[in-house]
Design a protein around this ligand. Sequence first.
Ligand code: BV8
Ligand code: ZN
Length: 260
Amino acid sequence: MHEKSPPESRLAEAAAQLARACYVAVLTGAGVSAESGVPTFRDALTGLWATFDPRELATPSAFARNPKLVWDWYAERRAQVATVAPNAAHRALVDIEARVPRFLLATQNVDGLHRRAGSRALVELHGNIARVKCSACMCIAARWDEAEDALPPRCARCAAFLRPDVVWFEELLPAGALAAAEDAARECDVLLVVGTSAEVYPAAALPDTARAAGACVIEINSATTPLTARADFALRGRAGDVLPALVHAAWPAASALLSP
Ligand code: BV8
Ligand code: ZN
């Protein structure tokens, strides 16, 4: 662990690590989308769901107990995500992907904003809220009728309830996405961990996997997390400010060309 030095010099040191990295991996959480207006998981739920803890709503048992309540929570979030746009943090990650030889972005977010920003080497560890699947035969629904007001819409093939194609608590992550993220954590030179409370597993284990394999772990967060003490660099601030500053410090000449 490096001795503590003033924050701005830590950014310069972190940028130097990023500039010489051959393989950059990134793990993002809800904090990356906060400046786009997407509430984070720790933001208190509002409206109908204000009395719930998202960790109790995002579970198979909550859906089994009250399918319409859970369906409506996701329908509202889906509608909200459709109105927002990627922010400077998402764009800075697209910029890094274009500048380094190898790159993988593993996101815990289900809002689809990384892909909309232009990220390509991307795995969605917890699914995508815009996709809807059958809760029984798992086929993806291309369309559905919201007409039913007491129950979620039903699968055209087997008539079981439809559900969001996201990973709920106590559900396994998509095997391919998790394996790709774990491989990247083991092989990368630098792991950027941006806007995550680093408490939800197995995603939260990726920084430890990277550290154990000798990677430099750079945390970017507006607050302290359980990872902060274990990171090589903990850059405190909003992702929309710190990530562009990190890119500018790592590749000053190129950024000068880009900036107006
Ligand atoms: C699994 C999709 C095997 C849904 C999500 C007991 C029983 C059962 C399981 C467990 C158990 N104990 C532990 C577990 C495992 C469990 C887990 O880790 N639980 C935690 C609570 C301890 N994990 C699972 O269940 C996983 N599956 O383990 O399967 C299994 C099978 C059966 C039984 C046992 C195990 C599945 C986990 C995936 C759950 N699905 N999302 C949906 O979105 O609705 S998780 C969801 O919460 C998010 O995707 C995200 O991953 C997580 C929240 O984390 P963050 O993204 O970090 O967001 P958060 O709001 O917490 O933090 C925001 C951060 O940003 C903060 O640090 C903040 O400071 C910062 N920030 C804010 N603004 C900014 C900012 N930073 C920078 N700039 C800003 N502007
Ligand atoms: Zn079905």
